[in-house]
Design a protein around this ligand. Sequence first.
Ligand SMILES: NC(=O)c1ccc[n+]([C@@H]2O[C@H](COP(=O)([O-])OP(=O)(O)OC[C@H]3O[C@@H](n4cnc5c(N)ncnc54)[C@H](OP(=O)(O)O)[C@@H]3O)[C@@H](O)[C@H]2O)c1
Length: 272
Amino acid sequence: MITVTGATGNVGRPLVQALVEAGEEVTAVSRTASRAPEGVRFHRADLTEPRRLAPALEGSDALFMLTSADFMAGGDLGEVMAVARTAGVKRVVLLSSQGVASGRHPSSMEDAVRQSGLEWTVLRPGNFASNALQWADSVRDRREVAAPFGDVALPAVDPADIAAVAALALRRPGHGGEVYTLTGPEPVSPRQQAAAIGDALAEPVRFVEEARDRARARMLGFMPGPVVEATLDVLGAPSAAERAVSPDVERLLGRPPRTFADWAARHVTAFK
Ligand SMILES: NC(=O)c1ccc[n+]([C@@H]2O[C@H](COP(=O)([O-])OP(=O)(O)OC[C@H]3O[C@@H](n4cnc5c(N)ncnc54)[C@H](OP(=O)(O)O)[C@@H]3O)[C@@H](O)[C@H]2O)c1
């Protein structure tokens, strides 16, 4: 059995699907039962109340750990790890962030997993391709993308590739103590992302450069303040490491990472 937290999200949903397709038994965890993935056991729990997670971990050998912004604000991952260890979990795969390597995000979540006594693997993805979903309304309404730093390119990673690497590390030995940096195959700027969404729609999508202050005000609607600042810093002035394509997805999966155009084509209905 493998327990997947964040099971209804951008990474969790394809991860549950990949594990089921590989013949694994899965327990999916999130706070909202109405969005539960079909065909697997579902356990409703809030990660900020670790003891309530215990039933979701019964019989599980491995745990996929997602730490959301909500969780960062009020949770204690050390407690979650203690509950997992008591339940008999052997292996944990943490969805962390490349921002930890660059010092933009705190390392406390990774520290808790490293100190858990479980076999651990840390995934550090860069900017997600699915962040483009924040443009879904404006693309639907007026075929427009407004974003800051329109020509700064980052190698956006497809959450389905993060899920594929997570599935590998959850199912097979040999990934203990490893930290994987996960990116897409090439840097792609917001302006190029808007064009790729237009290609997927077979209709032009206009790009509008957004001022940093305006972007900050918009992002504060769905992210905590410190995360907004760190995100704007990466988007506007990425380090060489944040602009670089990591070899890890291809090395682990034996195929190149998926492109942003591929992500846009698979998610085109969100923009229609
Ligand atoms: N976006 C990026 O560019 C980026 C880059 C690097 C790293 N990351 C990391 O990736 C993670 C986000 O992954 P994602 O995009 O797959 O997330 P997502 O799509 O926002 O989904 C979050 C999932 O976690 C669940 N969840 C949220 N808060 C919870 C809580 N307190 N207790 C239990 N479940 C909770 C949600 O379901 P319910 O709401 O129903 O509970 C949902 O299943 C974050 O840790 C972020 O730091 C993101």
